[in-house]
Every structure is written in C-alpha cells, then in structure tokens.
Design a protein around this ligand. Sequence first.
Ligand SMILES: [Zn+2]
Ligand SMILES: [Zn+2]
Length: 159
Amino acid sequence: MTPASSSGANPQRVMRGDASDQLQQMLNTANFLNQFRAQMQAGGDRDQEHFLDDLVAQIMEESQGDVKGPPPASERFISLLPRIKSTQLKEDEACIICKDNLTESASATKMPCGHYFDRDCLVPWLKLHNTCPLCRHQVETEQQVKEEEEEEARDMMYG
Ligand SMILES: [Zn+2]
Ligand SMILES: [Zn+2]
C-alpha cells in the first residue's frame, strides 16, 4: 500500500464510484431551478428569488466539491411520500419551489416537518439531500436504511 501523495493530486481523480452520476444529477437540478428562475423573473417575487439563489449556489458549490452537503434522502423515503388531496390543503397553499398553487397540483405531497410541495419539484431535491428545502428538517438517508436492514439481519441470525 502506497500512501496517496497530496502533491499534484488531481481532484477529479479522487471521485469515487458513482460520483460523476451525482455530479450530473446536481447539474440537472441546478438547470431545472434556473429554469424556474427564468420563468419567474417577470413576477419578481423576492422571497422565491432568494430561496432559489441559495439552492443554486449550494448545488454549484457542491458540484465543484467545495462543500459537502447533506446526503441524499433514501429511496424508501421518496417512495413513501404521501399523496395529499387538495381538500387537505389550505386554499392558498403554494409550492415554494415553483410557486404554483398546490390545490391545483396533481401530485402534492408533504414532508414530515409539515411543509407541502409538488412531488415533481421535491423529488429532484431529495435525490441530492435528505433535507426539507424550506426548513432543512432532516429525513431518512440510504445509510440509515442500510443500517436498519443490517440490524434486522443480525436479529434474524441471533435473535
Ligand atoms: Zn412546485
Ligand atoms: Zn420543512
């Protein structure tokens, strides 16, 4: 075993496994959010603009490897996102990501913290981070699911 020399190491070389897929996904999400920004420029909503600026900046930093953000949410969490009926929503409940009224959304969903989003807006974010885009409430990660499964397997063997 030779210890990796830090001099002249190419940072792109140290990416492991599916890192380039993740990078691609981040850039897709950044593009996706930038499209929203372009769409709403006419509307000029300052809160949303700040929110999206934050999000895009974070994604871009992460894609350059400067910042290690929270890990992606687990597939299980994403697949179990509840379907929220329009009758369960306040009349003016809007998705913070696209600002559309959620009572007209075909795919409204709710995070455990109680914030509502369109599923289509929320899922690309959860595939990058296990946090609520609005309040950063943390949800289950793939790592947690794996640990849980390992624990169950151990119980089966020794319990
Ligand atoms: Zn939305
Ligand atoms: Zn939240």
